[in-house]
Design a protein around this ligand. Structure first.
Ligand code: ATP
Ligand code: MG
Length: 231
């Protein structure tokens, strides 16, 4: 039988932003579990809390209440140094804006997370990652010398450099046309199916969101619908 490993577990997870005029419950009592090998999409209208939830799971922001365990660490109790270590060493991030460093080549961008994680740079492995995303012929190109779809594929390769236990992608196709969006999701599907990478992705695109094996719908910081069972 396949080993079941909980990668993320949230119980009554809540994030409140206290503003001068109001309290915004961006994430409002969410229960969710993600297991190793899951491919999960988070959908919902603008402002429903998708990015906030992803940032909490990515240990990029502190939780207000409830509990959140990420890769075995209780996020509310773990030391900041442990969270930084988990974030840099075990979680891959892909963002809508690609966020590549303009003065570095595609290959150097892919290698960068290894520098931050204080790991030895395995250049051959990073080249292999670029080959995996179909960019073996573009490794020495600078971001300005790549198309939008290619830039995002570099960002996906970069997210994999640390061999993450969890890949988080926030609206990764928001700046891409239909063809490139389809390619990025096909790539996620492949990484999940062939390499067993656990993926959590937010998207406004219903068709792409349906490619995930599980789907959560959010509204006003709450989960309104769940499709599919954990891995
Ligand atoms: N740093 C912040 N300070 C205060 N309020 C915030 C902050 N970040 C987000 N919010 C508010 O929290 C709510 C959820 O925002 P969030 O960015 O998570 O939504 P989203 O579902 O990702 O939306 P979109 O689809 O537009 O990206 C919104 O009402 C937003 O205005
Ligand atoms: Mg968002």
């Amino acid at each position: 039988m396949k080993e079941l490993i909980t990668v993320v577990k949230a119980e009554k997870l809540t994030k409140v932003y206290s503003m001068p005029a109001e309290e915004i419950r961006a994430v409002d009592g969410i229960d969710l579990e993600i297991r190793k090998g899951d491919f999960v999409s988070l959908m919902g209208p603008s402002g429903s809390g998708k990015t906030t939830l992803l940032d909490l799971i990515g240990c990029l922001d502190s939780i207000s209440s409830g509990s959140l365990t990420v890769l075995g660490h209780d996020v509310s109790k773990a030391k900041e140094s442990q969270l930084v270590k988990t974030r840099r060493g075990s979680i891959g991030f892909v963002f809508q804006e690609f966020l590549l460093l303009q003065e570095l080549t595609a290959l150097e961008n892919v290698e960068l997370p290894l520098v931050f994680a204080r790991r030895e740079i395995d250049r051959d492995y990073c080249v292999k990652l670029l080959e995996k995303v179909g960019l073996g012929h573009r490794i020495n190109h600078f971001p300005r010398e790549l198309s939008g779809g290619e830039r995002q594929r570099v960002a996906v390769a970069r997210s994999l450099a640390v061999k993450p236990a969890l890949l988080l992608a926030d609206e990764p196709t928001g700046n891409l046309d239909t063809r490139n969006s389809d390619e990025i999701f096909a790539l996620f599907k492949k990484l999940n199916a062939e390499d067993g990478i656990t993926i959590l992705v937010t998207t406004h695109n219903e068709k792409l969101g349906n490619l995930a094996s599980r789907k959560f719908h959010l509204k006003d910081g709450r989960v309104t619908d769940v499709f599919g069972a954990p891995c």
